[in-house]
Design a protein around this ligand. Structure first.
Ligand code: SAM
Length: 272
C-alpha cells in the first residue's frame, strides 16, 4: 500500500494499516491476533479483470463493488433502487487472487487519495481536521481509519483515562451484525494511526465509514465520500453510525461544533 502522508506531531507514529494493540492475556486478544495473521481463503481465478458472476470475490455481492470513474479511479457502487451505497459485505480481491493489480475490485488496498491536508479548524475547540485540496466525487475512497486494534476492555480503559485526563477520544467501535451474532472491532488511532485520525464528526457529514475486507477477516474501516465535495472542504463522517448510540445531554459529553442545521448538539456516545 502506498501512503505518503506523515503526522504533524512527532508523538504519533504513522501506520498505513491497522495493527494489533499491546499484548493481553485474553481470549478476545488471541482472536484479534489469529484473525490479523490469517489470510482469507476466498479468492478468484479471474484473468486480468474480474467479471461479475464469474469472480469468487464479487460473488458475495450481486454486482460490482466499484464502478470505473476515470482512468484507474473507481467509485463505490450505488444501489440504483435507493441511491444509497450497497450494504452487502465487500471483499476486495487479495494476494491469493490471480487477477491483475489493475482489477477494479482493488481500491482500498491501494491506499488513500492524494490532496488531503491536516490543519487547524476555524473553531479552535475542534482541534485539527482533515481537509481536501481537490474535488472529490461521491463514492470515492478517501482513506482508512487505521489505528491499534484493541479489545473491548482495553477500549473501555482508554476511554476512561481520556475522560479523566480531558483528552480527545479517537476510539472507533465498528459493530457488524451477521444473522444472530454481533461482532465488535475497536480501533484506536491515538498513538499509532494514519491520516484518518484527524477526521472530525459532523451531524451532516460528507463521508461515511464502510467495512471492507482485503486479505484478512478483520475489516478495514474505509472512509468514502457520501456526496460530491468541493476543494478546501473539511472531510467529516458521523461518529454515531449504529443503534445504541445515546444522544443524552450530559456535562461529561463533548459538545458538537459541526454547525450543521440538524446538529444533535453532542458527539455520539457509544456504550460498548
Ligand atoms: C478522531 S479525533 C478528530 C481529530 C481531532 N480534532 C484532533 O485534533 O486530532 C476525535 C476528537 O475530535 C474532537 N471532535 C471531533 N468532531 C468534533 C465536533 N463535531 N465537535 C467538537 N469536537 C469534535 C473531539 O474531541 C473528538 O474526541
Amino acid at each position: 500500500m502506498i501512503d505518503n502522508y506523515t503526522h504533524i506531531s512527532n508523538n504519533i507514529i504513522y501506520i498505513v494499516e491497522s495493527i494489533p494493540g499491546p499484548k493481553e492475556q485474553s481470549q478476545e486478544y488471541e482472536e484479534i491476533i489469529d484473525n490479523f495473521n490469517s489470510q482469507l481463503t476466498n479468492h478468484c481465478l479471474c484473468e486480468q479483470y474480474c467479471l461479475k458472476n464469474k469472480c469468487q470475490c464479487l460473488g458475495t455481492s450481486d454486482s460490482f463493488n466499484y464502478v470505473l470513474y476515470n482512468q484507474d479511479k473507481y467509485l463505490l457502487q450505488l444501489d440504483l433502487e435507493n441511491g444509497q451505497f450497497c450494504t452487502n459485505p465487500i471483499i476486495e480481491c487479495n494476494d491469493l487472487c490471480s487477477c491483475s493489480n489493475e482489477c477494479g475490485n482493488r481500491v482500498v488496498q491501494k491506499g488513500p487519495m492524494e490532496g488531503l491536508i491536516v490543519k487547524k479548524c476555524s473553531d479552535e475547540m475542534k482541534g485539527f481536521g482533515l481537509f481536501t485540496e481537490s474535488h472529490i466525487p461521491r463514492g470515492m475512497f478517501v482513506c482508512e481509519y487505521a489505528g491499534e486494534i484493541i479489545t473491548k476492555s482495553e477500549a473501555n480503559k482508554r476511554h476512561q483515562i481520556n475522560a479523566v485526563e480531558g483528552k480527545m477520544n479517537y476510539i472507533f467501535c465498528l459493530q457488524e451484525h451477521s444473522k444472530d451474532r454481533m461482532f465488535q472491532y475497536f480501533i484506536d488511532p491515538s498513538r499509532f494511526g494514519n491520516i484518518g485520525r484527524y477526521i472530525n464528526h459532523s451531524c451532516e457529514p460528507n463521508c461515511c465509514i464502510i467495512p471492507i475486507r482485503v486479505n484478512t477477516p478483520i475489516p478495514k474501516l474505509a472512509i468514502f465520500s457520501s456526496s460530491d465535495i468541493v476543494p478546501n472542504t473539511e472531510i467529516t463522517f458521523n461518529y454515531g453510525c449504529f443503534k445504541g448510540d445515546k444522544i443524552l445531554e450530559n456535562t461529561s459529553r463533548t459538545k458538537c461544533l459541526c454547525k450543521s442545521k440538524n446538529c444533535m448538539r453532542w458527539l455520539p456516545y457509544h456504550f460498548y
